[in-house]
Design a protein around this ligand. Sequence first.
Ligand code: SPD
Length: 288
Amino acid sequence: MEDRIRDATMENLWNMWYSELDRNRSGLTFRVGQVLYSGHSDFQRIEVFDTPAFGKVLVMYGSVMLTEKDEFVYHEMLAHPALHVHPAPKKVLIVGGGDGGTLREVVKHDRVERATLVEIDREVCRICKQYFPSVACAIDSPKTRLVFQDGAVYMAETNERYDLVLADVSDPVGPAEVVFQKPFHLNVFDRLNDDGIFVAQTQSPYYHHDTIRKLYRNLRQVFPIVRMYLAHIPTYPGAIWSFAFCSKQHDPLEVLQPSSIEGLRYYNTELHRGSFALPTYVAELIEA
Ligand code: SPD
């Protein structure tokens, strides 16, 4: 093939981009090398792309859930702060998180005896086991109990009690919306043991002001201790992401168990403390 034509053909092959836009004004963009999977489950559209910048990317309901390159930040930060505060986190419940990333971090702790993962969409687990084996690796762990059910319904109906509940859900549109609402938080409080901790991903403090304001107002009406902490996640909107640490007794700024987990790439003791230090504009957002 003539060089000029070959170059043009290569350019077309490389000319695929994925963009996640915020109200059509700004957004995240990845060059896509290959679309590995694209389909609809009973609950949502699911896509897997291979990208030169971030490796494989999982997109659900039109937003990036994880990328191979930076998923460790989100999953370590959703799981380890609470696991390093609670003195005996034997029973852990993960709501959502069907990709298995949070589960992978939870089962690293020897003190965890049982991790229950309640995922509404069976397809998410199947697809992640196929395309993201390093993320989904604990789905078949002997400590894992898998339940395919709506997390809010499970929370309302279960008689089980937990030491930790971790809400690893997508954005508050579609199937995950109820997990951002007060009836769900009240049920979580009820199902936690007396010194239980609830951690939830709470969106970008740069972009999602209204959601965050309302969410923290609700959480403070339910839990005596509510603190926000932050992590830097390059592929989430704003690249700065927030988590709510909601606790019945243990304050994450006062209690910290020694860490025995090796091989973490983001979380460490200094970072634990530092992640609760909020920039002024973020602190103002959630002021009581
Ligand atoms: N806008 C992205 C929010 C994604 C939060 N959940 C991700 C799930 C990864 N386990």
